[in-house]
Design a protein around this ligand. Structure first.
Ligand SMILES: *Cc1c(COP(=O)(O)O)cnc(C)c1O
Length: 364
């Protein structure tokens, strides 16, 4: 089987973890400090606040942004559940705007019609590693005085018009889950350029403590461990190289699949550096049958994502609604195929040949 994802862990990570274990300092300590500073520098933001996951990074940023029960937050329904769940944790209401059919990202032209006097923030997602249309989003945010919290869980190192993702909105939120472009096992990061936001996010992460055992707001335990941070420090040294290989693999796949009937390859917008967390194609019909064909032929796949969030049973039970036909169409057509940096040229050729065969058998 050619797997859809494969974390790259070398002896360097193993040695780094061993060193931390031997030091006796296991929880948040000097390695977390070093990692959050270096990661912030990498994404060209002033501050980094390391957290226990991408989900807790999002929740931390929303709380630090002042999102409260009853507020509304505009976001995309075509993403991993964590984007919206973190909004629900604050007891605010996620409100969905439709996507751009080409990039799969939130379409700024669809945001304005969703704004009410309760709207407080926009949460765009840089889906599959492709930056969302930040100029369009920031323009609306400025006009209506809204906070912008970027879900950058899939976009470490991505660039929008010369600016690193994570340095553009009020907050950037990253994930270091093992399938992401870089990992710490589990882990996350909030980035921001605002000192007050950074301070507040740090408090939200650790029970609202402004100093030890003095709690000035309701916080959580969302800390990263030094064990995880020591892995992140090694991964950070390699992220540009990982992303470069992801881009080369994507280019190879797009050339090989250019004229295959029934398949649409990813579109990269102008003025961005895509980091191909996923390489996601559209299949013109019978996506699930096509996926089964690939699985039967030893090609790992993923559906990112099969159900728009407002159609998830839990969201329906909460009477959260949405009307995003382009997101719904994408959910029925997309399929992600392997693009990770460990793939060999032979494996990439096998993927291309198998998809061509699948197209001949199922899509003509
Ligand atoms: C992975 C992911 C998250 C959540 O990150 P975790 O580290 O798994 O909590 C949030 N949003 C998106 C778009 C993701 O892909």
């Amino acid at each position: 089987m050619i797997n859809i994802a494969k974390p790259i862990i070398s002896d360097e990570e193993i040695e780094a973890v061993t060193e931390v274990l031997k030091s006796g300092m296991l929880a948040q300590g000097p390695k977390v400090d070093e990692f959050q500073n270096k990661f912030a520098k990498y994404v060209e933001a002033k501050y980094g606040i390391a957290t226990s996951s991408g989900t807790t990074a999002l929740h931390t940023a929303l709380v630090a942004a002042g999102i409260k029960p009853g507020d509304e937050v505009i976001t995309t329904p075509f993403t991993f559940a964590a984007t919206s769940n973190s909004i629900l944790y604050t007891q605010a209401k996620p409100v969905y705007a439709d996507i751009d059919a080409k990039t799969f990202n939130l379409d700024p032209a669809k945001i304005e019609e969703q704004i009410t006097d309760k709207t407080k923030a926009i949460v765009p997602v840089h889906l599959y590693g492709q930056p969302a249309d930040m100029d369009g989003i920031l323009e609306i945010a400025q006009k209506y005085n809204l906070k912008v919290i970027e879900d950058a869980a899939q976009a470490h190192g991505a660039v929008y018009k010369g600016k690193k993702i994570g340095s553009i909105g009020d907050f950037g939120c990253f994930s270091f889950y093992p399938t992401k472009n870089m990992t710490t096992g589990e882990g996350g990061m909030v980035t921001t350029n605002d000192e007050e936001y950074a301070e507040k996010a740090g408090m939200v992460r650790a029970h609202g403590e402004s100093k030890r055992y003095e709690q000035s707001l309701l916080g959580y335990n969302y800390r990263m461990t030094d064990i995880a941070a020591s892995i992140g420090l090694v991964q950070l040294k390699h992220i540009d190289e990982f992303n470069k290989i992801r881009n080369e693999n994507a280019k190879y796949l797009s050339e090989g699949l250019a004229d295959v009937e029934g398949i649409t390859t990813p579109v990269v917008a102008d003025n961005v550096t895509h980091v191909f967390h996923q390489y996601t194609i559209r299949v013109s019909k019978d996506r699930d049958t096509f996926q089964k064909f690939l699985t039967d032929n030893q090609i790992g796949t993923g559906i990112h994502y099969p159900i728009v969030l407002y159609k998830q049973p839990y969201y329906q039970a909460l009477s959260i609604t949405g009307n995003c036909p382009l997101a719904e169409e994408a959910a029925s057509q997309v399929i992600s195929i392997p693009v990770h940096p460990s793939l060999t040229t032979e494996e990439l050729d096998t993927i291309i040949d198998t998809i061509k065969k699948g197209s001949e058998e199922l899509l003509q």
